[in-house]
Design a protein around this ligand. Structure first.
Ligand code: G3I
Length: 364
């Protein structure tokens, strides 16, 4: 049964009027497409990480993504393990499917990710020298970025470069790239992307820069030092992605976060919220209470951000609780499903959805 859902415009009108939206299946999809270039285009674009497999097998998911998002980002299909599983083999079918889906549904699509310690296929561990590692890193970037040139305008070129508790910008996380090339892998990756697609927006993507505490202060400080190091060497970079995998129990360091954002703006870099979700594993089990705490956490974070800078985009790491990474690492002790995303597992909007809609309208 295809869950029906009014178009985004109708949904927003209803929500704005405070009407309860029923997704009982009675509501029919409105015929009108999401208007391009309409008044809504002044809103901060919203997007979600998507899974090619679920798009192919779940028609409600497919339709809901198309209706509710302005853009998508592959959750895994453009990572090395998916797209370059063997040294002499690229597998583009899943990434191509997502690029085609975006094109067919007039959605933007971000690329994720080109230089990361994660999701690396086993063959990369055999790279024995700096020259070999550089050749493979650059070849991968040139092959993938050139294939999607014109279709993918924005790339998470460097993902999570810092160790969990860095001392300074030199505290780069171990990986084959760092082990073979040192911190130089960042400029190498950024320059290779820029020369392959001069129109692409290059993003450095990080997490855990939002909270109070010495570790998070160290991460904010080290991130700014790293950005300055890149800027001082004229390394091409356009934006910083704040992943924003938030934890409801932690306290947002409003001053710390806002001074980080002010420094990023001063470096003439844009800001994207790239992977927003709220990890609820240690929240009370009662759904209404938990959803309210999740929404309040996101509101605190987005409120602090939007006072300083208008993010170029707000993306959540998934759209619906039906498909989320969170239980992989943060299962709830009570065994209840996690509820980290804007729509629940039956695609019903939650308070978090309303918070995102509210902050998309901020015109700071
Ligand atoms: O597809 C295989 C499947 O064939 C196999 O049977 C199964 C058993 O291991 O693994 C499946 O691959 C998994 C993949 O997700 C697809 O589901 C990998 O093991 C698993 O490690 C991978 O996890 C992803 C993780 O990144 C590592 O790539 C998560 O879904 C994804 O949400 C997560 O996303 C990251 C961002 O890229 C960076 N920021 C943090 C964020 C959350 O960790």
């Amino acid at each position: 049964m295809t869950m029906s859902l009014p178009s985004r415009r109708k949904f927003l009108t209803q929500t704005a009027a405070g009407l309860a939206l029923s997704l009982s299946g009675a509501a029919a999809f409105a015929e009108s497409r999401r208007p391009l270039g309409s008044a809504e285009s002044t809103l901060i674009p919203y997007g979600a990480a998507v899974r090619a497999g679920a798009l192919a097998s779940d028609p409600t998911y497919r339709a809901t993504i198309a209706r509710m998002c302005d853009m998508i980002v592959p959750e895994g299909e453009m990572k090395w393990s998916d797209i370059h599983p063997k040294r002499d083999e690229y597998r583009f079918e899943n990434a191509d499917a997502l690029v085609d889906f975006a094109r067919q549904n007039h959605l933007g699509i971000r690329g994720h990710t080109l230089a990361w310690y994660g999701a690396l296929p086993a063959w990369t561990s055999e790279l024995a020298s700096a020259a070999e590692a550089e050749r493979e890193l650059v070849d991968h970037i040139e092959t993938v970025v050139s294939r999607y040139r014109g279709a993918v305008p924005s790339w998470d070129v460097v993902n999570e470069p810092l160790i969990d508790w860095p001392q300074d910008r030199s505290s780069i996380r171990p990986s084959i790239w760092m082990n073979r090339l040192g911190p130089e892998y960042l400029p190498i990756a950024l320059k290779a992307t820029a020369s392959t697609d001069p129109d692409a927006k290059l993003v450095l993507n990080e997490y855990d820069v939002e909270y109070r505490g010495a570790r998070f202060e160290a991460r904010r400080r080290s991130l700014i030092q790293l950005l300055r190091w890149l800027r001082d060497r004229d390394v091409p970079l356009h934006a910083v992605g704040l992943q924003a995998h938030l934890f409801a129990g932690r306290g947002i360091d409003r001053d710390g976060l806002q001074s980080l954002l002010a420094e990023i703006v001063a470096l003439k870099l844009d800001v994207l919220i790239t992977e927003l979700d709220v990890i609820d594993f240690d929240l009370p089990g009662k759904i209404k209470e938990r959803d309210a705490l999740v929404a309040a956490t996101a509101a605190e974070f987005l409120g602090a951000c939007c006072e300083v800078v208008r993010p170029k985009a707000i993306l959540t790491w998934g759209l619906t609780d039906r498909y989320t990474w969170v239980p992989t690492y943060f299962k709830r002790a009570d065994g209840m499903p996690n509820r980290p995303l804007p729509l629940d597992a039956e695609f019903k909007p939650k308070p978090l959805f309303d918070v995102i809609e509210e902050y998309r309208r901020k015109l700071t």
